[in-house]
Write a protein that binds this ligand. Structure first.
Ligand code: PMP
Ligand code: GLN
Length: 383
């Protein structure tokens, strides 16, 4: 067996969703939205599937989608991208991440990561021969520890992988933190791979700021987006990467050997979605913030301490508030089986679970009000 990947079990999202299904639990574990798929975008996919074409689309994505991504990034971020040389469509952000990491990392290169972190990052970095350099942000404010971050950079640093808005902490990096990161990237002649899949899920009047828009960052950043998140269709696996031509080239090489393309009808539908009035995307954040508040209020009413959530689909609750004394993994198993509600143990987002906080659970609030209310009612009856 491969000694790098064999140390990883089945992803926590699959494990918890299966457990939820087996026990008829309200699934607030795995992060996927409910009831938010835009009907017009679904219709565009159906029409495109009917109309074809059904053979291999261009390797970097259909022109209509690459142009729509350019227009999107110009409207929201003032970026000026070349749809031929600086944009590539991928099969989800997951593939985009793998393309970037396999394309840019050489064995022995150091990669700076901020923990807690999304679960696909470390296995791919390790498999690419990269050496992870971890920096931890701590609850409840998740402030960037600047000295630690500066110390994690060295002359071996190839890139930093930055996820903002950040899963699972629901942190959104502020302008000063981004400027600090940009300065380190420049000083160490490194790159930044920016996982921005939650770019349109930023709450309370905040705006998402891509690191790529900071001075000196245009040539050093890769920006990753996901239509799964932007249009609430996580099964579609349509993602994209934008980067300067020299940076995109090795990423595109990986893509051509990994998946080569992404289904045309879904690319067409996402192109249609992105060509709608941009306000549609602002509504997503407003709708989601209301769901966040609904779940947070409900959980607080039961006695949980709930941490702030500035973005993403997620909020984190301290399980000690309801008198639970076991680990987060015990808790998530317990509430699934005994209360009929599923969450994800927060420690799953750490390299070393034994050194992770063990008293937090991550709840996904991107659900119908009825599901959120049912989850709160069930937990309320139990605790
Ligand atoms: N990055 C982060 C931070 C995520 O939470 C997810 C999953 N939702 C992904 C990447 C993967 O996105 P996709 O479904 O487009 O592959
Ligand atoms: N990103 C989602 C989450 O954090 C799940 C994605 C997956 O299941 N791989 O819950």
């Amino acid at each position: 067996a491969n000694s790098i990947l064999s140390s990883y079990g089945t992803t926590i999202f699959t494990v918890m969703s299966k457990l939820a299904q087996d026990h008829g639990a309200v699934n607030l574990g795995q992060g996927f939205p409910e009831g938010l798929e835009p009907p017009a975008v679904l219709k565009a996919a159906a029409e495109a599937a009917e109309a074809g074409p059904h053979q291999y689309p261009p390797m970097t994505g259909i022109p209509a989608l690459r142009q729509a991504i350019v227009a999107h990034d110009r409207h929201f971020y003032g970026l000026d991208l070349d749809p031929e040389a600086e944009v590539m469509v991928t099969s989800g952000a997951t593939e985009a991440l793998a393309d970037c990491l396999f394309g840019l990392i050489e064995p022995g290169d150091e990669v700076v990561l901020i923990e807690p972190l999304y679960d696909s990052y470390l296995p791919i970095i390790r498999r690419a021969g990269g050496v992870p350099r971890m920096v931890r942000v701590e609850p409840p404010h998740w402030t960037l520890p600047r000295d630690d971050l500066a110390a994690a950079f060295s002359d071996k640093t190839k890139l930093i992988l930055l996820n903002s808005p950040m899963n699972p902490s629901a942190k959104v990096f502020d302008d000063d933190e981004l400027a600090f990161i940009a300065d380190l990237v420049i000083r160490h002649d490194a790159y930044a791979v920016c996982d921005e899949v939650y770019e349109h899920l930023v709450f309370d009047g905040r705006r998402h700021v891509p690191l790529m828009t900071l001075p000196g960052m245009r040539e050093r950043c890769v920006r990753i987006g996901s239509a799964g998140k932007t249009f609430s269709v996580t099964s579609w696996k349509v993602g994209y990467v934008v980067a300067a031509p020299a940076l995109l080239a090795p990423i595109a090489k990986t893509h051509q050997f990994l998946t080569f393309t992404t289904p045309t009808c879904l690319q067409s539908a996402v192109a249609f979605g992105l060509s709608q009035p941009p306000e549609v995307l602002d509504h997503l954040a407003m709708d989601m913030a209301a769901r966040r508040d609904r779940l947070a209020d409900g959980l607080r009413g039961i006695g949980f301490e709930v941490m702030p959530s500035a973005g993403t689909y997620f909020l984190t609750a301290d399980i000690r508030g309801v008198g639970f004394n076991g680990t987060d993994a015990d808790f998530c198993h317990h509430i699934t089986v005994e209360a009929g509600v599923t969450a994800v143990p927060f420690s799953a987002f750490y390299q070393d679970r034994a050194a992770a906080p063990s008293h937090y659970a991550r709840f996904c609030f991107a659900k119908l009000d009825s599901a959120l209310d049912e989850a709160v009612a069930r937990l309320g009856r139990h605790f």
